[in-house]
Design a protein. Sequence first.
Length: 157
Amino acid sequence: MNAAKSSAKTYEGFAAEERAAMKDRANELKAAGRRGSRAGQANKADKTDGESEVLAKLAEMDEPDRVLGERLHAIIKASAPSLSPKTWYGMPAYAQDGKIICFFQPAQKFNTRYATLGFSDKANLDDGTMWPTTYALTELTAADEARIAALVEQALS
């Protein structure tokens, strides 16, 4: 194939939303590096910084993502106070010892039909040889909230 033909081929690559998420993650890593380089860094300060970052991300969201995210934030904080809120690829996430346990992906983040609550491979949700790690969310009922609290607690067990 000559150079003229190969240059005519177009490659779209990542979607704008994916590129934005990668930029968010790069900025998060830079900010974490700056925080980590401060002398006498305290875990409590990290948790406070992460909390304010998550609350700011939630405030930026449109409804219904904002409502779902705020409610999830409250449920996760209440059921697993040991988790540290932080942003991860520009999404609210919750970590233990620096490892992401669960995260909220708003529908608007990638223009999807519904928001999701996801769990990483660090979450202890193992159940046989196959189990769910991501849950679609359109609204939260009392039963849903109780199930989420139980899942988060199980993830830490």
